[in-house]
Design a protein around this ligand. Structure first.
Ligand code: ADP
Ligand code: X2W
Length: 270
């Protein structure tokens, strides 16, 4: 593989990520693969909000972010989670460098007009810092906080949206969205649920309308489609295991591959 691989680590699976997952990243890095990590941390934010007696509130998978919530989000994502990931990567033998979207205005945003409080809409992902970190031989580990153009305001951004914007700005070859489910799940006639191996924008719209896709999966699929629309070659939603990660990197059919349309065949026939 030649191009950059962006891995989005979801908060849903953060505590379950095995050492072998981080060792796989270290192995890829040792082979010269450029990797960028963007992380979430929704459940850890909820835990901390609970401790300070703020009730979490979400609209379409996005956190309604009052000023006190924003402080907690920044503390948990830039502080605890970002550093915990850097430490796990370091322990696994990778070189990792943690930053947030505020640093170097990597994620430049404006306040959303939606009634969500201090949530940002990304206007520009600046790749200067991620590229500089990659250039030094480190894995950039990016927390999804964003900043206003004048540098005065901080905004909360969904981590899937942040990962999609960064992958697009880096013209990444792959965006791998690691989560707590093996892909997009769909009910089957026998009442069980099965992973959808590949899906398109049209099918995704239908699955949102019929409430097959709900909650945190909504920003994930929307970010996946946005990234594809902006030139990212492949987006896969899969589990946080070494097996899935290495499988996707090797071009195997793992999890759900998101496509712009059903007839769209990605380069290399993947
Ligand atoms: N069709 C679907 N297939 C799989 N998961 C879905 C679907 N619709 C909603 N979800 C939910 O999306 C969750 C993953 O999103 P989220 O909790 O935001 O994870 P992360 O923290 O990894 O971004 C799953 O655990 C599941 O509860
Ligand atoms: C605006 C918004 O929703 N921000 C998210 C940022 C973290 C995130 O997205 O974490 P996951 O990847 O674990 O979902 C939040 O506050 O939870």
């Amino acid at each position: 593989m030649q191009g950059i691989v962006v891995i989005k680590c979801g908060g849903s699976t953060m505590d379950q990520l095995p050492d072998s997952f981080f060792q796989a990243i270290a192995g890829l890095q040792a082979q010269g693969q450029e990797i960028v990590i963007v992380h979430g941390g929704g459940p850890a934010i909820n835990n901390m909000l609970d401790r300070v007696q703020i009730t979490p509130q979400f609209v379409d998978g996005l956190r309604v972010t009052c000023e006190d919530t924003l402080r907690v989000v920044e503390m948990v994502l830039c502080g605890s989670i970002n550093k915990a990931l850097v430490k796990r990567l370091t322990q696994a033998g990778a070189k990792a460098w943690g930053v947030s979207g505020i640093d170097g205005q990597t994620l430049l945003a404006t306040k959303t007009p939606r009634p969500l409080g201090w949530v940002g809409e990304i206007k520009k992902a600046d790749t200067t810092i991620p590229k500089a970190i990659l250039g030094q031989g480190y894995v950039p580990v990016i927390a999804p906080l964003s900043v206003s153009e004048d540098g005065a305001e901080t905004f909360n951004v969904n981590a899937d949206v942040a990962a999609g914007a960064i992958a697009a700005a880096l013209s990444a070859e792959k965006l791998i969205m690691v989560t707590d489910v093996p892909g997009i799940m769909q009910p089957q006639p026998d009442g069980t649920k099965a992973v959808v191996p590949a899906t398109s924008a049209e099918e995704i719209q239908e699955m949102i309308q019929t409430e097959v896709i709900t909650g945190g999966m909504i920003p994930k699929v929307q970010a996946a489609l946005d990234a594809l629309g902006q030139g990212v070659e492949q987006v896969v939603i899969c589990r946080g295991t070494a097996e899935d990660l290495l499988g996707v990197c090797a071009g195997q059919a793992v999890g759900t591959t998101v496509r712009m349309n059903v007839n769209y065949v990605q380069r290399g026939g993947k």
